[in-house]
Write a protein of this length. Structure first.
Length: 609
């Protein structure tokens, strides 16, 4: 075992001793021998299976056979989740073949960040994770399930599903992926068209054609953002059927792997393997290693912490940082390279990656997975012989494309894809795997705005043709829900390509697929929480050094202490209502403006408290 990986793991175990023990005690108290529905009231049971076909009722009435709860994030808006439309039928049929039954326990909301990027609804995105966790727990709270199948892929959905499912850690649980869409317009070509559109060099028709060429069918978007980082994490933690993360939808192999999830959750029930046994301190460290070794989404510097905490495990950014110093970067998938996840899969995929990391001592092998003890099963790849049954075989000993996936002996970089930045502005994270070395150090004056629209307006007006550090503040979770600031990427990318030194500093988030421009994100404390970012003024010199891990505002402490922190540009309820009431009065819709003053004043007082 790599000594740093071992040391970080041990301090996580020590730090989490009390919270982990409390979590496991809760799981122990919730479990019971036999079927979970056994001994429930007859009225309760009748309600639970009233709508089930008779073939399932025969099994359910015994109060002995396993009943599987399906939590589905299906909708038609997410291309990644559309393949789940008919998955419950497949899973129910597979359960019957094994003498069991399966029911959809609940559907959970699933927002497509690709649709909501740059819109007001993006402010609900991060919040949706906890709604999904709650919806998952509500579905499983019926108490009639002996195993769980979680159907989800994208950004907040998989973290929410896992957080919710961990509240029922006494149950065996398997995550069922849907797979990526086939390769379309290459992601780097799509990004070039976006930049051309930002410069006014192509029209909306050309932009839409490029976007449709990239996002063209059912399945996960093919770049390595949060959705595909989720799939990597579920597999490296041992929550997926081995090799199932990146198999395209609509194929025979994809269906066979979906059916195999049923057999495996039933096998876990027989063997007594619970979700709480799979999600441990060691498997969380394996997840951290996988994220760093692949240059995964920065969103998981938020999500992994929350997922681990739901299992009583305490991790923090220091753990990310220390592991990043020693974990080699083994994959280059867009935006960290030009390849997409289909190319990653063809080059050897998760089986090759996990075999390399385990052999070099970066992964804990003394873990439970849904397949049993150890990671042997995860160094195999699934295949479906013509006319045969689902099988596994060893992954090739060499990468199929060393421009996409490499072994530990020849990594793309000796350290991981994420770094922790520190300085008088606070702490933030940066994704360095996609930033070219010549762009990793920026020292330039600040341009301060409070929205991505404001910065894009400055770009459109030609005011940003210079070296600068964009400071976009009041974008944290307390301010507006911490939306992703993906709309900044084209403009900043254009300026960087034109030779300007540019960087971003924000208490908000960027897309999980971002990274071309150096971005210090998730800055904490945020502006609304007294963060130093609220004291930055236009022209202040800022140093962002991704090599040394420094983020520094070059203003002396005495000057900073005299500055009044900026306040968010938000109207009070009374101020916001006043012009509307005036207009209504002018139209004769209200008796007088004064007649409503008392109401708006009371509204302001109520909302202030």
């Amino acid at each position: 075992m790599n000594p740093t990986v071992f040391a970080v793991t041990q301090r996580i175990i020590d730090r989490s001793a009390d919270t982990r023990a409390a979590y496991l005690a809760t799981c122990e108290a919730a479990g019971k021998p036999g079927a979970q529905r056994g001994g429930m009231g007859c009225a309760n049971l009748a309600h639970a299976w009233a709508a089930m076909p008779e073939v399932d009722k025969i099994q359910l009435r015994t109060e002995k056979t396993p009943n599987i709860g399906i939590i589905s994030a299906y909708n038609d808006v997410l291309s990644a989740h559309q393949p789940y439309e008919h998955a419950p039928e497949v899973l129910r049929a597979a359960a019957r073949q094994h003498g069991a039954s399966a029911q959809v326990a609940s559907g959970v909301p699933a927002m497509c960040d690709g649709v909501t990027q740059g819109n007001d609804s993006m402010e609900l995105s991060l919040f949706s994770r906890d709604v999904i966790a709650m919806a998952t727990a509500v579905g499983l709270s019926h108490g009639v399930f002996d195993g769980v199948l979680c159907l989800g892929v994208c950004d907040k959905i998989v973290p929410g599903l896992l957080i919710g499912a961990l509240q029922f850690g006494h149950l065996p649980t398997v995550f069922v992926p849907a797979g990526p869409m086939p390769s379309g317009l290459p992601n780097d070509e799509k990004a070039k068209v976006r930049q051309l559109y930002a410069q006014g060099k192509v029209d909306r028709t050309a932009l839409l054609a490029a976007e449709e060429g990239a996002y063209h069918s059912a399945g996960t978007c093919t770049f390595y953002g949060t959705a595909n980082s989720n799939q990597m994490l579920m597999e490296i933690m041992g929550l997926h059927i081995p090799g199932s993360s990146f198999i395209n939808p609509g194929t025979g192999l994809r269906r066979a792997l979906t059916e195999a999830a049923v057999a495996q959750v039933l096998q876990m029930k027989t063997q007594g393997i619970r979700l709480a046994d799979v999600v441990t301190e060691r498997s969380i460290v394996n997840a951290l290693v996988g994220l760093l070794a692949t240059g995964g989404s920065t969103n998981h510097t938020i999500h992994l912490i929350a997922m681990a905490r739901a299992a009583g495990i305490l991790i923090n950014w220091d753990d990310f940082s220390d592991l990043s110093d020693v974990v080699p970067l083994l994959a280059r998938v867009y935006p960290n390279g030009s390849a997409d996840v289909n190319h990653f899969q063809a080059a050897g995929g998760m089986g090759f990656l996990m075999r390399e990391l385990r052999a070099a001592g970066y992964l804990h092998d003394d873990v439970h997975t849904i397949m049993g003890r150890g990671l042997d099963a995860y160094t195999q790849e699934p295949w479906l012989p013509e006319g045969g049954a689902l099988s596994w075989r060893p992954v090739p000993t060499a990468s199929g494309d060393t421009g996409v996936l490499r072994g530990v002996a020849e990594p793309f970089s000796a350290d991981g894809g994420l770094k922790l930045l520190r300085g008088n502005l606070g702490r933030s994270v940066i994704k360095v795997s996609a930033v070219k070395p010549e762009h990793r150090i920026v020292r330039a004056p600040a341009v301060v705005v409070e929205s991505q629209k404001a910065l894009n307006d400055l770009f459109a007006a030609g005011h940003l043709n210079k070296d600068f550090v964009a400071v976009v503040r009041f974008q944290g979770p307390q301010a507006n829900g911490m939306p992703e600031l993906h709309k900044l990427t084209p403009a900043l990318g254009v300026l960087q390509d034109q030779g300007f030194k540019v960087a971003l500093v924000t208490d908000g988030r960027m897309s999980g697929a971002s990274g071309k421009v150096p971005a210090a994100i998730h800055l904490s404390p945020e502006a609304l929480d007294g963060g130093m970012i609220a004291r930055i003024q236009d022209g202040d010199m800022i140093e962002l050094n991704a090599e040394t891990g420094v983020l520094q505002l070059e203003v002396d402490d005495a000057t900073l202490s005299q500055r009044v922190p900026s306040s968010p540009n938000l109207l009070s309820p009374k101020d916001a209502a006043a012009p509307l009431l005036t207009e209504a009065a002018d139209m004769g819709l209200l008796p007088t403006f004064e007649a409503c003053q008392a109401f708006t004043s009371s509204l302001a007082v109520a909302t202030d408290h």
